[in-house]
Design a protein around this ligand. Structure first.
Ligand code: SF4
Ligand code: SF4
Length: 474
């Protein structure tokens, strides 16, 4: 019996000890967060939806097991041993357990608060240092990321990038770097100049006629990674919003949503980034936008959390107002009347596609109908169901880099279900999922185009014209 099994037996009632939050314990949770954990009635209905439990069948790697471990730490009944921390580190924070839970346990608040005390650990040595630099010094800074990507962009233009990131070469790298290398292979191509300052959709440009009121005022969230690697999706989204008669503002002063810091246990840094975004969107024109829109499900989930992040802060009301206005792009496009295709599509739309629900859309934001409604509007597009659609693909923010083995197994499981449908196009509304699925398909030699619903919509409405569409060439 290992120490985690002992810990689980203790906290699930087989041992003696106090059953209340202790402020001197190894994990002094907020009382409100602890009280929410007590809502768990141990029914186990969440277990089949938990990717790590489905993968290895261990109670300690299930939501129920982790809730018990966190409670045990908070009640001072167990210590944060190596194996206890491993089970917490292995959680993807995908929130599938919340969707399945009939008792309304808000699991993510538990794990995210626990991670402020026990941040997910990176590998020891140079790999860990490289990952730390990559996650916390490079990714949240679009300018630094663009500069760092210049050599890769150049090699892409020369046609050498795919050779240099070939699995045969990547196989020689240490584990964590191999995960980075796999993602590098899926780096979306950019059809613009290697270096361009025109990366953001036009600022503060009103495109609806003055005499015709805009159907909605949109504050467009560009974020960090998404604005560099998936700028084409953002341009396509703005094209579609403007075609539907919206005013679109891209607020200056905005930046990273804070998800990487938040999920890495750096709450103060997450709040700093969140405050900058709240401030930026408070000044988009004379009055706040009707909706703040993002094309990245992961960012959307984090932006909706701002009210929780500032719940005890002087900024609570502004944060609540910000989160209230937040919408995923698919929600807004599903609401609007988009113009019919301007001319006959250049490419056939007689195709079968499979839709992959990003966890941060289906579980964190409970958005499943809007993207399907959008796809149903496209003539000739046939959407086939995906097996185990509630399970994470293993991307989960930085998880594919910090837990490369579990992430790779989950990605192959997802790819297996995708290929079983026979579809050659996979639609997903999150950049992390797109890169995870595309990189796994490339590594396994599976021909698969992975695109955002906005990209398919843009192809239909604009008949292939307009902003770049890098995945179209794959
Ligand atoms: S968040 Fe996901 S990985 Fe973590 S316990 Fe819940 S279902 Fe499992
Ligand atoms: S479904 Fe909810 S109540 Fe049941 S074990 Fe999971 S978290 Fe606890």
């Amino acid at each position: 019996m290992n120490d985690t099994t002992v810990a689980l037996r203790v906290v699930s009632g087989l041992g003696e000890g106090p059953r209340h939050l202790r402020t001197d314990s190894a994990l002094p949770l907020d009382q409100r967060t602890y009280d929410r954990a007590l809502a768990c009635v141990h029914c186990g209905l969440c277990l089949p939806t938990c990717p790590t439990y489905v993968d290895n069948g261990l109670e300690a790697d299930s939501p129920r097991g982790r809730i018990n471990l966190i409670r045990g730490l908070a009640e001072g009944r167990i210590e944060p041993s190596e194996s206890v921390r491993h089970h917490l580190d292995l959680c993807l924070d995908c929130r599938a357990c919340e969707t399945a839970c009939p008792s309304g346990v808000v699991y993510h608040e538990l794990i995210e608060e626990a991670r402020q005390f026990y941040p997910p650990r990176l590998p020891e040595g140079p790999d860990g240092r490289l990952l730390h630099l990559f996650l916390h010094r490079l990714l949240p800074h679009p300018l630094a990321m663009r500069l760092a990507l210049l050599p890769a962009r150049l090699l892409q233009k020369m046609g050498l990038w795919r050779w240099l990131t070939h699995p045969a070469l990547l196989g020689r790298l240490p584990v964590a770097n191999r995960a980075l290398g796999r993602l590098a292979r899926a780096l979306p191509e950019d059809d613009g100049p290697v270096w361009s300052r025109r990366r953001r959709p036009g600022l503060h440009r009103r495109t609806t006629p003055r005499w015709k009121p805009a159907v909605a005022r949109i504050g467009f969230f560009t974020g960090c990674v998404d604005s560099v690697l998936f700028a084409h999706v953002q341009h396509q989204a703005v094209d579609l919003l403007r075609a539907a008669g919206c005013d679109v503002w891209v607020a200056t002063g905005q930046g990273c949503c804070g998800a990487i810091a938040h999920h890495g246990g750096h709450a103060d840094e997450a709040r700093r980034l969140a405050r900058a975004n709240i401030e930026a969107f408070a000044h988009t024109g004379d009055h706040p936008p009707d909706y703040i829109v993002t094309t990245a499900a992961g960012c959307g989930a984090m932006l909706r959390e701002y009210d929780h992040l500032f719940r005890d802060d002087a900024d609570a009301d502004r944060a609540r107002d910000f989160s209230r206005r937040l919408r995923d792009i698919t929600q807004v496009l599903a609401m609007l009347e988009l113009p019919a295709p301007r001319r006959a599509p250049r490419r056939s739309f007689d195709q079968t596609v499979v839709y992959h629900d990003a966890c941060h859309l289906q579980h964190a934001q409970r958005i499943t109908d809007a993207p399907r409604k959008l796809l149903a509007q496209l003539p000739g597009v046939h959407v086939v169901p995906l097996g185990e659609s509630e399970l994470c693909c293993g991307a989960a923010g930085s998880y594919s880099l910090t837990q490369p083995d579990m992430a790779a197994r989950l990605a192959r499981r997802k790819l297996h279900h995708i290929t079983a449908t026979g579809a050659r196009i996979c639609i997903t509304a999150n950049p992390g999922c797109a890169m995870q699925i595309a990189s796994t398909a490339a590594a396994e030699g599976v021909p698969l185009e992975v695109i955002h619903p906005v990209t398919l919509m843009h192809r239909a409405v604009f008949a292939g014209a307009g902003a770049g569409d890098p995945y179209a060439s794959r």
